[in-house]
Design a protein. Structure first.
Length: 153
């Protein structure tokens, strides 16, 4: 049996299928593995590669034609929705720069997640809106699922 296709494919346990092994997909799969195995993010609350119009809390609006990389939901963290976006992650094949940050902030203006993050092969930056300054602040790393929940409650 020819296994050369395996070097060109990665298994995504969230989507339940093999996907093309692009540089961005390698980053996405590494982030998902860390989220699930190390940081306690529930697999059942993670969405991967979804169009904005597919997100339940945006079903009745007309969101822009965009696709998110990774979105983790929280249960009962918003008064109007049983599931609501907790963390939006954008994956980059190369480096994190100011343009990538602005893109992610723009995406989140539609999604409305409490927290955002950017992932690249050699870096992870976690962001949130600082209510005092009105600016989005970024820090290295990614907090655990439980830490994020405790910060919004």
């Amino acid at each position: 049996m020819d296994s050369s296709w395996q070097s060109k494919q990665l298994y995504d346990e969230i989507r339940g299928r093999f996907v093309a092994a692009t540089p961005e997909e390698h980053v996405r799969q590494a982030v998902l593995k860390e989220m699930i195995q190390t940081l306690g993010y529930p697999k059942t609350l993670i969405a991967v590669e979804k169009e904005l119009k597919e997100l339940p809390h945006l079903a009745h609006s007309a969101p822009p034609e965009r696709r998110i990389d990774i979105l983790c939901y929280g249960k009962k963290i918003h008064p109007a929705y049983p599931l609501y976006p907790l963390l939006l992650i954008e994956c980059k094949a190369k480096t994190i720069d100011a343009e990538a940050k602005e893109q992610l902030i723009g995406y989140n203006s539609s999604v409305g997640a409490y927290f955002i993050a950017l992932a690249a092969p050699d870096a992870m930056q976690f962001g949130y809106l600082d209510k005092k300054s009105g600016r989005t602040l970024f820090h290295s790393g990614l907090p655990s699922y439980q830490d994020l929940l405790s910060w919004i409650r």
